[in-house]
Design a protein around this ligand. Sequence first.
Ligand code: EPS
Length: 337
Amino acid sequence: MLNKFRFLTAGESHGKCLTAIIDGVPSNLFIDVDFINNELIRRQMGYGRSSRMQLEKDTVEITAGIHNGKTTGAPVCIVIYNKDCEEKDSFSKYRPGHADFAGSVKYNLSDLRDVLERSSARKTAIEVAVGAIAKIILKEFDIYCSSKILQIGNSLDNFEKEIDEAKANGDSLGGKFEVVYRNLPIGLGSYIQWDKTLDGKIAKAVMSIGGIKAVEIGESPLGKKGSEYHDELFLNNEKICRKTNNAGGIEGGISNGEDLVVKAIMKPIPTMVKSLNTVDKNSMTECKAHFERSDTCAVESCSVVAESKIACVLVDELLSKFGGDSIEEIKKHYKDS
Ligand code: EPS
C-alpha cells in the first residue's frame, strides 16, 4: 500500500526481538532516538494494560541507515528486544475473537501458540517505532498530531472504575478514540483511482491494527441533512475559510487543508480470565477458551498505534507529492509548491 515510505516488520510476541526495515527515509534527517523511545513509552502506558508492560522497557536500537545521528538515505533497520522471550506452552483451546481458529486453519498450524505469537498486539511496538520515524519527518513540515479517548466500555466518565470492574470480573473492554493531525497541506491523496484516496489509505492503515472494527473520518453524517453536514466556505481577507470541519479534513479523497480527524472503534480484548465457550482443537471436545496474561483494556495504547499508522500514510503521501531524496530537497519542493 505504501509506495515511497515502505516498511516490513518481523518478530514474535515472545521471540528474541521485533525488527523493522524502513525504505524511503530521506537522507540528512536527524533521528531523535529519545523521541522514538518516548513514543514507545506512550504505547506501553494507559489504564488497563497487563503486567507485561511493567516487564518490558521498550527501547529501540538502530542498526542500519544512520551515520552520526543522521539518515544516509539507506534503509533504516530498527530493533526492539523482548525481555520476556522464553518459550511458552503449546495450547489448543481456540480463543473466540482472536486469530487462533482462522490462523491455524490458514497456515495449517497444529499448535495455536504459533498463531498467537505473530498475531499478538506485541508487534505494534515496532510499528510505533516506525511511526515515530514518520513523525520525525512530519515535524520537518510542522505537521503534528494529538489523540484522545472518546469512550471506554459504555462511557467516558469514570472509565478507570469501569476497567477495574471489568478486570475484577475477568472481563475486557473496548472503546473509541480520535486522532487529529494538524497543518497538513492541501492535495494529499486523489480521487483519480480508487486506491489513491487518502481516506481509503488511512482507513486501511488504522483497520490493520488488531482489534479495530470501525474507522470514521470526521463527524458521522448519519441522520444529518446535506445542508447540516457539509462545511460551507467563506472569504476572510481573500482567504478561503470554513466554520466547520465535519468532513474531517478530506473531500474527494484529498486533504483539504483542514485538520485530519480520524476516529476508530476497538473491540474488547479477546483473551479473558472469564473464558468463553469454545472447542479444543486436539480432542475435538467443547471446553473453555485458553487464557494467559492479557490486558483488560488497551484503547489508549491503540490510539498511539493509530497515530503511528497514520503518520506512515501521511509521509508516504508527502514523499509522493513533493518528492526528493534528501530532507533539504523535499522541503524545498514543499516550500516552492
Ligand atoms: C502486548 C503484549 C502481549 C499482550 C498484548 C499486547 O504480551 P503477553 O501476551 O506476553 O502478555 O499483553 O497482546 C494482546 C492483548 C493480544 O490480544 O494480542 C504488547 O506489547 O502490546
